[in-house]
Design a protein around this ligand. Structure first.
Ligand code: ADP
Length: 221
């Protein structure tokens, strides 16, 4: 593929977006933006903006659009990290963000919106078992697939912990917010003539990755 794809990855919390986006970014040589990872890193660094975002994240609430858009706009600016192909993971999260993204992308539209589809009961189980590296949120483990040395990240040596928002109350609240605010984005993209592809996210990571690249290769021509 010569063109560097511009992709949005949609799916419920725990669908595997973080794991797959990281592999896809490497495969297509594009940037991976996870707004959640970015906010968590800022919160861990103790910046004013990160601490503000953390208040919402810990409650399982969305961070206000104005804060999110400021960050995304900066990343999308000419010469910014997303200027040469990207996969967006965890953004857009509602229709207002999708509309704003269209405005920011003026002249360089998205190639595909990929929906990674996993049933709710499966993601609830995955989220309860999930453990993540505090240094890099894209390094993801679980109680059934721990790092080789407990609980030290195989990839970077960071501590591997349960995320503050991976508790039952927050998980259910986030999934309800997904149904209400995020699910309708697919209809928005379809109605505005975008390619929206759904990929089955149940199965081994490697198998899901192959399904994703086949779908993306067919959509990005
Ligand atoms: P999850 O999808 O499992 O909730 P993320 O890492 O994508 O995990 O996001 C964690 C939290 O960060 C969200 O619950 C929300 O508070 C905040 N967040 C991430 N992306 C956005 C966004 N695009 N808009 C609003 N809030 C966001």
């Amino acid at each position: 593929m010569t063109v560097k794809p511009r992709l949005v990855l949609l799916g419920k919390q725990g669908a595997g977006k973080g794991t797959q986006a990281k592999s896809l970014a490497r495969h297509y040589d594009i940037a991976h933006l996870s707004t959640g990872d970015l906010f968590r890193a800022q919160a861990a660094a103790g910046t004013a903006f990160g601490l503000e975002a953390k208040r919402f994240m810990d409650d399982g609430e969305l961070v206000p659009d104005a804060i999110v858009m400021g960050v995304v706009e900066e990343c999308l600016a000419p010469g910014g990290p997303l200027a040469d192909g990207f996969i967006l993971d965890g953004f857009p999260r509602n229709k207002a963000q999708a509309v704003e993204l269209e405005r920011l992308l003026d002249g360089s539209p998205l190639h595909a919106i990929v929906h990674l589809d996993v049933p709710r009961e499966v993601v609830v189980e995955r989220l309860s078992e999930r453990r993540v590296c505090v240094k890099n949120g894209a390094h993801i483990y679980s109680v059934v697939k721990p790092p080789a040395v407990l609980w030290i990240c195989d990839e970077c040596g960071g501590e591997v912990v349960q995320r503050d928002d991976d508790n039952p109350d927050s998980i259910n609240k986030r999934l309800d917010t997904y149904e209400r605010d995020t699910r309708p984005i697919r209809e928005f993209y379809k109605a505005s003539g975008h390619k929206v592809v759904t990929v089955d996210g149940v199965g081994e990571n490697r198998v899901v990755f192959e399904r994703l690249t086949s779908a993306i290769d067919a959509a990005v021509v």
